[in-house]
Design a protein around this ligand. Structure first.
Ligand SMILES: C[S@@+](CC[C@H](N)C(=O)[O-])C[C@H]1O[C@@H](n2cnc3c(N)ncnc32)[C@H](O)[C@@H]1O
Length: 929
């Protein structure tokens, strides 16, 4: 036997003993002796799950314990001879507990139970005993999910009608239960176990979870970063723990197990069907040589239930483990399902000991294109096998090497997971492997790339119903059509993500938001991708010759599904029917993030009672007297019961936006904005509107989450779409549903920067890098003392932002307006900038906002664009005329824009210092200046 093999066998022995609570130092000397004694015949040692070894250890312990107690008696006798003479019996008994407190005694008790063949529910759950020892993953963490197992120890789980000899054979594992029982009543030692203990239900024992742990470990070596974050956002079908809670729980093997395991009540007999569905079937690695040893060993099943965190969340939140099992069948590919059913019927029932054929595999199918198979070997190895059935359907498929596939997956993960990804899951990773496998296989086929083409998606998009436009169809095909040009991609000419300025790189650890055809790849999208493929078939798109798209491109295009990456309540779809421009590179964030120096303090202690309604307990809008939070809006709540802004407030805010000069403006003595531009020569303040604030109830308030005075905090609720505008404004945002007047649409989300940081960033910005329009948080500058630099803030959504970064400007009559909203802090140097509709907006209308640009301000650090808003009140035109015209000049027409083959003519006038313009929309006219 080679040294390596000896090492492996010794390690297995240690593991088996560790499982029953015997430490390595106790095992070592005994094992050494045993190997000698048995003349290196390891099979004898391993027999019956290391029974000989366990026995030898116990014997040694007994002998040692006996020796110790004898010694103690002798010592006592020597010191107190009289006492012993007088009350020898009692005193000796008093000494006894000391001996039982020694660690050896519990082991002895275990052993005695083992010898007696006990498998009572009180002490040793038979089924756990039977399965556990031989499937320990090699790298099993030291800490077992104690609390879970603790509960097992009190559960009698009858899995089979008749306990078999096999059951008893491996009973030494039962020792693990009493060992854990020793901890009964103790506090769990880690937060993990704490959580687990809350979520745990009586359940089948741990072999399954061990395999799952192994699975995770294997994955960890591939993508260490995401693993640590895996639990985030993972939904779960667990009946025990709601997904929300699960999200906040750190990765815990125990928790995972509790979530995944079906709840089996003591004494319940599982039907053959249940077994076949993956509860207890025995498995063996598919391609492992069949040896006598492995045939006689009962190897537990590695099970992943579809409702577990290993699967996508599409299963929904089923609360029944049995249902989950049924669903597993539902999701299987027909062939797999058939094979499993065949096994059921062929076998009739499970084997006499309730276990399935050793060669049976646990097969899991999350989707049609790939199946996941997991198998464990007698020595604890776990094999994961993925079959990508799509590959078989492609005659042009070239097998990529495993190395290339893994490398590609790793790269993809690293790019995607630099920052938190709430929906990471192992199953997604597995699917990702499949995707890469298929992609690389297709990529390598340079000779005859598959040509799958789709027609423009106008038809799909023209269905103006919100459902269609927002659903998978619209998005999937729209993005396919518009946002990527297959040919240019093939030639490697897709725009590369521009480099971030160094200061921005600091935020994301040097990583650039990934440009995957403009959008970050997201785990959740993996599932969507599949849906898209199916939907594509359903819709039977018309095939056309150009542009040609390879299957690999389709798979990546399907990532372009929800630009919010599941971080909003609704999907934010994307469509480009105009050109082949890609989304600019940015990272989607649903909430503001502080860049570096900005002073934003949300400390609860800073919020006084007058700033919140701590005494409220329900929906504040239902109160007869408005609560403290309504003070900011003059003692009236800003919102109606329908969740829209009240008419009066709306009117005032609209007027403020449209005619700022008519409203109160504040001119700083030393304007923080001007100061940030240049310390040397600070220009006079240009004025800031003193705006009306809305104050929303927040956590410190006593009201509930459904309180009608919490609107902005709920986030985006209407279906929105990012689309390529026809007028040359680049990307824009539109609504896919009718919106009422005063409805909250979205918040302007970005990085919170100090003004100084913003200027620094703009200065360093690489040439040609378009800055999305930053906004100043200056709504209250006038009301406060002179602001410190770190309090003069702005929002930049160029690198990190939400949908609002796509809202284009429209002069004067935009359908959105911004209102400052105070949520967390009463200090108005920081607030949320929320967009509300100024009027009813029809589905498919572009959402616009008046940036408040002064197109005449040539000194502004952000060069104004040539406005294409198309508004008859466009201010851009004034720049070109105001310098030319003086009072009394007659007006002339200027070509402003030409949407829909009509021309807009602007006729400006200047009269008595009042500037104005009248615009005419002329169809088919030829205009010159
Ligand atoms: C906040 S971004 C809006 C999204 C942008 N269209 C895009 O493609 O990413 C602001 C930029 O959009 C463009 N833009 C916005 N409104 C415009 C308008 N009315 N006319 C022309 N360009 C406009 C300008 O380039 C501006 O700097």
């Amino acid at each position: 036997m080679s040294n390596k093999e000896i090492k492996v066998r010794a390690a297995n022995a240690f593991r088996a003993m560790k499982a029953i609570g015997i430490t390595e130092d106790k095992v070592k000397p005994v094992l050494k002796n045993l190997v000698k004694l048995y003349d290196k015949n390891w099979a004898l040692i391993e027999e019956e799950n290391y029974r000989a070894l366990a026995d030898a250890i116990f014997e040694r312990e007994e002998a040692e314990a006996e020796q110790r107690s004898k010694k103690a008696v002798n010592t006592e006798a020597a010191e107190h001879p009289k006492k012993i003479v007088n009350s020898e019996k009692e005193d000796y008994l008093e000494e006894e507990p000391q001996a039982t407190e020694e660690p050896e005694r519990p082991l002895k008790r275990l052993r005695l139970r083992y010898r007696d063949g006990q498998s009572s529910s009180a002490s040793m759950p038979d089924s756990s005993v039977r399965r556990a020892p031989l499937v320990r993953p090699k790298e099993e963490p030291n800490e077992l999910p104690e609390t879970c197992l603790l509960k097992n120890a009190s559960q009698g789980i009858a899995e089979t009608p008749q306990p078999s000899a096999g059951n008893r054979r491996v009973n030494s594992q039962a020792a693990s239960c009493p060992l854990l029982g020793k901890r009964k009543g103790k506090q769990p030692i880690s937060s993990k176990s704490l959580v687990a203990s809350e979520g745990c239900e009586p359940r089948l024992p741990s072999s399954i979870e061990r395999n799952q742990q192994t699975t995770q470990l294997i994955t960890e070596t591939r993508a260490p970063q995401p693993i640590g974050l895996r639990n985030r956002g993972k939904g779960s079908d667990s009946p025990q723990i709601p997904s929300g809670e699960e999200r906040s729980v750190p990765e815990s093997s125990c928790l995972a197990l509790c979530l995944k395991e079906p709840k089996v009540e003591p004494g319940i007999l599982l039907s053959p069907k249940e077994k076949s569905s993956g509860y207890h079937a025995l498995i063996k690695p598919k391609d492992e040589p069949v040896t006598d040893v492995s045939l006689t060993l009962e190897v537990p099943l590695a099970v992943i239930h579809p409702g577990s965190k290993f699967t996508d969340s599409s299963n929904g939140g089923d609360s029944s483990s049995r249902n989950a099992t049924i669903r597993e069948h539902d999701t299987l590919e027909p062939s797999v399902l058939q094979s499993m059913n065949e096994k059921d019927t062929a076998d009739g029932t499970a084997t006499p000991n309730g276990l399935r054929n050793n060669r049976e595999l646990a097969i899991f199918s999350g989707q049609r294109s790939s199946d996941l198979e997991i198998a464990s070997s007698p020595f604890g190895e776990v094999k994961i096998s993925l079959s990508c059935s799509l590959a078989l359907e492609r005659p042009d498929f070239n097998m990529p090497s495993l190395e290339t596939v893994l490398k590609s997956v790793e790269e993809k993960c690293l790019r995607s997971f630099k920052t938190l990804d709430p929906s990471f899951s192992v199953i997604s990773l597995m699917k990702e492997i499949c995707q890469c496998f298929l992609k690389l296989g297709s990529d390598s086929n340079s000779e005859s790339p598959a040509t799958i083409s789709v027609t423009p998606t106008t038809d799909v998009l023209n269905e103006s119903s919100a459902r269609d436009a927002t659903g998978a169809r619209g998005l999937c095909f729209s993005s396919l059509n518009g946002s990527v040009d297959s040919q240019s991609d093939a030639e490697g000419t897709l725009p590369k993500p521009p480099a971030l300025p160094p200061s921005c790189n600091d935020v994301v650890d040097g990583s650039h938001p990934e440009k995957m055809d403009g959008i970050d790849v997201h785990r959740k999208d993996v599932d969507n991708r599949e849906m898209c493929a199916e939907e594509r078939a359903e819709l039977s798109l018309e095939a056309v010759q150009q542009p040609q798209v390879t299957p690999a491109m389709i798979s990546s295009l399907h990532d372009v599904f929800d630009i919010a990456k599941g971080q909003e309540r609704v999907m934010i779809t994307l469509v480009n029917e105009v050109n082949n421009e890609c989304l600019p590179s940015f990272r989607y964030i649903p909430q503001n993030v502080v860049f570096r120096n900005a002073y934003v303090n949300f400390s609860l202690a800073r919020i006084g009672d007058k700033n919140c309604c701590s005494s409220c307990s329900v929906d504040c809008l239902s109160l007869s007297t408005p609560c403290a939070c309504a003070h900011a809006t003059g003692g009236e709540f800003a919102y109606t019961r329908d969740g829209v802004i009240k008419e009066e407030l709306l009117k005032e805010c609209i007027s403020m936006n449209r005619d700022p000069k008519k409203h109160c403006q504040f001119f700083c003595k030393e304007c923080p904005f001007e100061r940030s531009k240049s310390e040397d020569m600070i220009e006079p303040c240009k004025g800031h509107l003193v705006r009306k604030f809305i104050k929303e109830c927040w956590w410190k308030c006593g009201c509930n989450k459904q309180c009608g005075n919490q609107v902005v905090q709920r986030g985006i609720t209407h279906n929105l779409q990012v689309f390529m505008t026809h007028e040359g404004k680049g990307w824009g945002l539109r609504t896919l549903e009718d919106l009422p007047k005063g409805a909250f649409v979205c918040e302007y989300v970005g990085e919170v920067l100090t003004n100084a940081e913003l200027f620094d960033r703009v200065k360093r910005s690489p040439e040609g890098r378009k800055h999305s329009y930053p906004v100043l948080l200056d709504a209250d500058w006038g009301a406060e003392r002179v602001l410190k630099d770190e309090e003069a803030l702005c929002l930049d959504a160029t690198y990190y932002g939400n949908v609002a970064r796509f809202i284009n400007h429209r002069c004067y009559d935009s359908n959105l307006m911004e209102i400052p909203v105070e949520v967390e802090t009463p200090h108005h140097h920081y607030y949320h900038l929320a967009f509300f509709t100024t009027r009813k907006v029809k589905a498919m209308e572009e959402l616009t906002w008046d940036y408040g640009i002064d197109f005449d301000d040539n000194d502004h650090p952000f060069k104004a664009f040539f406005c294409q808003c198309g508004s008859k009140f466009c201010r851009n035109i004034k720049r070109s005329i105001s310098s030319d015209l003086t009072k009394g000049d007659s007006c002339q027409g200027f070509l402003v824009s030409a949407p829909d083959s009509a021309l807009i003519v602007d006729c400006p006038w200047i009269d008595n210092n009042v500037q104005g313009s009248i615009r005419y929309l002329i169809h088919g006219a030829t205009i010159c200046k």
